[in-house]
Write a protein that binds this ligand. Structure first.
Ligand code: HEC
Ligand code: HEC
Length: 200
């Protein structure tokens, strides 16, 4: 009886989460597709030319967040010419496969030890979603631990200036000062978590 209830609840969840319905991502197929991505994401310290900041680490990032981000570049919610070109030919299924593969790289579930808020006032809010140790607490929210510091600054500034929009983050970032952005990015970048995906 308990099981039946659990399944019913689960399926209600699915119906909401699964519009447009692509089947669950396949790690092996995703690994093959990811080959072209690693030309940038697989080179440690590789930089976006202008403005200059390091290409984000994807290894161990949350799968649902990865899928949303890639769809965002493809469908126009996110602006970046190269990433748009990369994503433009991908189907929803291929995006799920890529997300499943990238999320499976490394071990970003490591608990780097519960950190405190490092004396940064704004941090209290951030860790509610992005996790005490920078490992996000939901598959739809990105892990920040170990991400490149200059990419985190870039992302936060994009939410601040409206280049990148997200109902939650636009609001969060609006109240941050330049100093807050530097401190927060530095804090999360130094935690153990995300990895550069490398060709094996
Ligand atoms: C030519 C270099 C290049 C290639 C190839 C490339 N990317 Fe990217 N990718 C970038 C850059 C630069 C950014 C940061 C863009 C921005 O500022 O929004 C990015 C951002 C992303 C993000 C957002 C990460 C985050 O934390 O928000 C995802 C996901 C992503 N890429 C996935 C892929 C996938 C999947 C492929 C292969 C299909 C790919 N990329 C190929 C350069 C590249
Ligand atoms: C209610 C949950 C929530 C809170 C609180 C929150 N975030 Fe976020 N954050 C998100 C979501 C959801 C996204 C992905 C948005 C998108 O798709 O662009 C995100 C994205 C980000 C990104 C971009 C990551 C990447 O890989 O591109 C950064 C950086 C970030 N948040 C930092 C912060 C900081 C710093 C704070 C505190 C001031 C904060 N967040 C508070 C939910 C939250």
């Amino acid at each position: 009886m308990k099981i039946a209830v659990a399944i019913t609840t689960l399926c209600l969840g699915c119906a909401f989460a699964a519009l447009p319905a692509a089947a669950e991502g396949d790690v092996e197929r995703g690994g093959k597709l990811a080959y072209t991505c690693l030309g940038c994401h697989g080179i440690d310290g590789y930089r976006n030319a202008y403005p200059s900041y390091r290409v984000p680490k994807l290894g161990g990032q949350k799968a649902a967040y990865l899928a949303t981000a890639i769809q965002g570049y493809r469908d126009g919610a996110r602006e970046h010419p190269t990433m748009k070109a990369q994503a433009s030919s991908l189907s929803d299924q291929q995006i799920e496969d890529l997300a499943a593969y990238l999320a499976s790289v490394g071990n970003s579930t490591v608990a780097a030890g519960g950190s405190d808020t490092a004396g940064i006032e704004a941090m209290v809010t951030c860790v509610a979603c992005h996790g005490q140790n920078g490992i996000s607490v939901s598959p739809t929210w990105p892990t920040l631990a170990g991400q490149h510091e200059d990419y985190l600054v870039h992302a936060l500034n994009q939410y601040r200036d409206g280049t990148r929009t997200d109902t939650v983050m636009s609001q969060m970032a609006a109240t941050l000062s330049d100093d807050d952005v530097e401190l927060l990015a530095n804090f999360f970048a130094r935690l153990e978590g995300l990895e550069t995906t490398v060709v094996e």
